[in-house]
Design a protein around this ligand. Structure first.
Ligand code: GLN
Length: 310
């Protein structure tokens, strides 16, 4: 295992080199995301002993977007179990974009996996109680996994709602096909709130660190997720977490990960720690350009590719 000093030096170097890359554009289909500071860049690694290594802009905050789909998946696996979760969503890569409707028509109606928009919308529909109770459920699980009570960013939430017609059509399609029932607008409200959780790379990396230890909280060692939940979530991240670039990304890094269109990527270095990198410049598949660069370099320099021996 690399020393803390080595990890610090590698992360700092990777962030500095990634900063020089000016490729990629922020997401604009959610207008408020395009207001993010374009050149902000931050990264954190929570190691299994709970210590945190940081690099880049300390004040950088962003919404967790699709990386928060992990909260919904992990919480539901814990509370309802695999049978119930995988009755509603599959666990195969979709091979398509994260908001594709085409696949629901041709291979559906069950969404391919829980990490694309249709999968997370379907899972959001099985939360119980009034809308307030379902929002409280999201906040509770987010606090457990991120280690802090994080706010919902109201401007991003408003922007998601105002421009969310594609997600709305996905939800209506799922209802028309009998995959979800209940009030579609309420299901979407829960989904939009999930995407609008705001925090920093420190909280995002804590969730990844819990997954990296088979479900234990960093530092305290308290069990937060069962081993089974952690291994299922990490496996689905490996195969589906980076959408239609999951394969190339995993070959390059060997670090199962989940991206979000705010430009965050959370990645799991099993047995070592959790990594989060954020920068709003995105490639065509909705993944952070600089996030990819940083994760490749960390994996290479620290030998953290899961398929390579120590
Ligand atoms: N809120 C975004 C959406 O629904 C999340 C997508 C993403 O992060 N890939 O489209």
């Amino acid at each position: 295992m690399a020393t803390r000093e080595t990890i610090e030096a590698v992360l700092a170097g990777a962030v500095e080199r990634a900063r020089a890359c000016g490729e990629g554009e922020p997401a604009t289909y959610i207008p408020e995301l395009a207001n993010a500071p374009l050149d902000a860049l931050s990264a954190a690694i929570t190691l299994r002993d709970g210590s945190i290594v940081r690099a880049g802009d300390d004040e950088h905050r962003f919404t967790f977007q699709s990386s928060a789909k992990l909260v919904l998946l992990a919480g539901l696996l814990e509370e309802r179990g695999e049978d119930e979760v995988f009755r509603i969503v599959g666990r195969e890569p979709s091979g398509g974009g994260f908001a594709s409707l085409a696949r629901l028509e041709t291979h559906g109606p069950i969404p391919a996996n829980p990490l694309i928009n249709p999968g997370a919308i379907a899972l959001a529909s099985i939360l119980e109680g009034h809308l307030e109770d379902r929002l409280a459920w999201i906040e509770r699980w987010a606090e457990r996994l991120y280690g802090d009570a994080l706010p919902i960013q109201q401007r991003v939430l408003a922007s998601e709602r105002r421009t969310g017609d594609r997600n709305r059509s996905i939800a209506h399609f799922l209802k028309a096909s009998g995959v979800i029932d209940g009030d579609v607008d309420e299901v979407l409200e829960v989904y939009f709130a999930l995407c609008s959780i705001e925090g920093s790379v420190v909280e995002a990396s804590r969730l990844a660190a819990i997954l990296a230890t088979g479900g234990l909280a960093p530092r305290s060692g308290e069990r937060v997720l069962s081993q089974r939940t952690a291994s299922t979530v990490v496996s689905i991240m490996a195969t589906c977490g980076m959408y239609d670039e999951s394969g190339a990304y995993l070959c390059a890094t060997g670090l199962p990960a989940k991206s979000g269109v705010s430009g965050v990527i959370v990645a799991v270095a099993t047995g070592r720690g959790g990594i989060a990198v954020a920068s709003p410049r995105l490639n065509k598949k909705g993944g952070s350009v600089r996030g990819h660069l940083v994760l490749r370099e960390i994996s290479r320099e620290l030998g953290w590719h899961f398929a390579l021996p120590d």
